[in-house]
Ligand binder design. Structure first.
Ligand code: C2E
Ligand code: MG
Ligand code: MG
Length: 591
């Protein structure tokens, strides 16, 4: 281009050839100096003669020496990435035809080493009076570093760094596309699987986060191999994964994949030489339900997953309208439960607990009851979980405790049942409440019930869900002087080591073991053996043992036989209203 610009000068005619050469040489040197100093590669394309001058730096950027590149435009164009070529050519054409004021294009060019570099190419055409492009000159800048950084940032925004799977944002985006296709094409259907690893927390807590992370990565790889091309898998966070099954024929396609995934994940994982077994629960939502928003599909697949877990782990469940109705009912229930206490719909019933030695009532268990104006008597099995999920259990639990303490204090003043122990249930959500001990202390002070007359019932899983927090809370409760018992004992974890670590006073054998005792007087039946073993464990550890759900005289006889300390059940009395319970205590009946 230097020749061109020099020759184009208006003074040409007035100079002799020596002078002209001198000027040209000076111009060339100036140009070469600038060219060599520039970090960008420069190029000049003489369109009329179809010759291109590529600067040494241009060649160097692509990894070539001076003589290795010809003066041919294809030295550049042939190296452009096939996916970018059409874009580059049409931008060049547009500028040559005068449709754009300048040429600028970002694309990939193959380096001598065979890898593609990202470059920005800028240029401008020199034209004659008619606007016809005669020449084209410009620069080439290597922007690979910037591009890589940009790609990494984009990757970070859309991929989970641990497993390298798409994250929630990217998954929702893909889901949005699938939804659009489903509304356009009547024959197109898709399904979303929502997968959660069963008991991942236990694995994570017992083996450490590193092992947990490795398990998640291995799960991710197994999920990838269980899918068909076109399907996509994502990690939403924690141990939650989602799968988008694109273009399914019917719902059985989705359940087949769910089964395949569950089979794949049930094989042991080798983590640091240790074999880990897991199972997974999967919820399925299908586009045939008729969704508008991707978030709704995820929500329903999530609901179905919870249903699968509730049915017992390692299952899959399909979201259906009944489930939708269930969700609505839960929401409704929650709204009504919020108002229940202030509307006076809650009350407490008391079920006697009998000391088997003397055969007398030695305590009562307070059980929450809800008589809803809308739906009648609601089972605690239904409203307690809702209260737990919504956090309502904290005010509700406090209300039950206070109510029961007041009632128990009245009995003390009226009957000989002064020494009667009051048992109150605590849910796991209450146990993780940091000020629980203060709340209980406050109620005890206010109602003046002696702390040693209060027994708090906690399930095994409540303790083992958060063992560290539970340990300190239980210790603080013990310091208040209250007694602690394990409710539904035998149904939770198999490890009993926690019995020694936590300050527990009593074990309540779950109803399910008591139920079958004495049915055919199978004294050596499995359940009888378990009950006998629990009584032994209790005795060895210095803990009292209470049997729940005693319904027959045979069961009672058997429990006495094995040396169980206390019993509770319909055989003695059903849960009773406060007044009825007081009467029972007054008559001081013996069994
Ligand atoms: P739980 O603490 O194990 O209470 C014993 C349950 O067994 C009660 O059910 C009681 O009515 C029932 N039961 C007692 N004897 C027999 C029997 O002989 N046969 C049979 N089939 N059942 C018997 P309920 O009142 O429906 O309570 C269910 C669960 O709800 C309780 O189990 C407890 O976990 C929870 N719950 C009840 N009230 C409260 C409360 O105030 N706070 C908390 N956190 N949970 C509560
Ligand atoms: Mg209980
Ligand atoms: Mg129980």
């Amino acid at each position: 281009m230097h020749e061109q610009s020099a020759l184009a000068g208006p003074t040409t005619g007035a100079l002799d050839s020596v002078e002209l050469r001198r000027l040209l040489d000076a111009e060339r040197r100036r140009y070469e100096l600038v060219e060599s100093a520039a970090n960008d590669g420069l190029w000049h394309w003489d369109i009329a003669h179809d010759r291109v001058h590529f600067s040494p730096r241009w060649k160097e950027l692509l990894g070539y020496a001076e003589h290795e590149i010809d003066e041919n435009i294809n030295e550049w164009l042939d190296r452009v990435h096939p996916d970018d070529r059409e874009r580059v050519l049409s931008a060049l054409r547009a500028h040559i035809e005068g449709l754009t004021s300048h040429f600028e294009n970002e694309h990939r060019v193959m380096h001598e080493t065979g890898v593609y570099r990202w470059v920005v190419c800028r240029g401008i055409a020199g034209r004659d009076e008619q606007g016809k492009a005669l020449e084209f000159g410009g620069s080439l800048t290597d922007v690979t570093h910037r591009k890589v950084a940009e790609e990494q940032l984009a990757h970070r925004a859309f991929y989970d760094p641990l497993t390298n799977l798409p994250n929630r944002a990217l998954f929702l985006d893909r889901l949005r596309h699938a939804l659009r296709r489903a509304t356009r094409r009547k024959d197109f259907a898709f399904a979303v699987l929502f997968l959660d690893i069963d008991r991942f927390k236990v694995i994570n807590d017992s083996l450490g986060h590193m092992a947990g992370d490795r398990l998640l990565v291995m799960v991710a790889r197994r999920l990838e191999v269980s899918l068909r091309p076109g399907d996509s898998v994502a990690r939403l966070g924690g141990d939650e994964f989602t799968v988008l099954l694109d273009d399914i024929k019917d719902i059985s396609d989705a359940t087949t994949v769910a089964e395949r995934i569950q089979k794949e994940l049930s094989a042991p994982f080798d983590i640091g030489g240790q074999e880990i077994f897991t199972s997974s629960s999967i919820g399925i939502a299908c586009s045939t339900t008729g969704y508008q928003r991707p978030e709704d599909v995820l929500r329903d697949a999530d609901t179905a997953m919870y249903r699968a877990k509730a049915r017992g782990r390692a299952r899959h469940a399909l979201f259906d309208t009944a489930m939708h109705a269930h969700v609505l009912r839960q929401l409704q229930l929650e709204a009504e439960l919020r108002r229940a206490v202030e509307r006076g719909e809650m009350f407490v019933q008391y079920q006697p607990i009998v000391a088997l030695g003397e055969g007398r009532v030695s305590g009562v268990e307070a059980l929450a009851r809800w008589r809803s104006t809308e739906r009648g008597l609601v089972d605690p099995g239904e409203f307690i979980p809702v209260a737990e999920e919504t956090g309502l259990i904290q005010p509700l639990g406090r209300w039950v405790l206070r109510e029961a303490c007041i009632e128990a204090m009245q009995w003390r003043s009226q009957s000989s049942a002064g020494a009667c122990t009051l048992s109150v249930n605590l849910s796991s959500k209450q146990l993780s409440q940091p000020d629980l001990a203060n709340v209980i202390d406050e109620v005890l002070r206010e109602t003046e019930l002696p702390a040693e007359h209060l027994q708090l019932e906690i399930t095994e899983s409540a303790i083992l869900d958060h063992p560290e927090a539970a340990a300190s809370t239980l210790r603080r409760l013990k310091q208040l002087g209250v007694r602690l018992s394990i409710d539904d004992f035998g149904t939770g974890y198999s490890s009993l080591s926690y019995l020694q670590r936590f300050p527990i006073d009593a074990l309540k054998i779950d109803r399910s073991f008591v139920q079958h005792l004495g049915v055919d007087r199978a004294i050596d039946g499995d359940d009888a053996r378990i009950v006998r073993a629990i009584v032994m464990i209790g005795r060895n550890l210095g803990k009292q043992v209470i049997a729940e759900g005693v319904e027959t005289a045979d069961q009672l006889a058997l429990l006495r036989d094995v040396g169980c300390d206390f019993a509770q059940g319909y055989f003695f009395a059903k849960p009773l209203d406060g007044a009825a319970c007081r009467n029972l205590l007054l008559v001081a009946r013996r069994w």
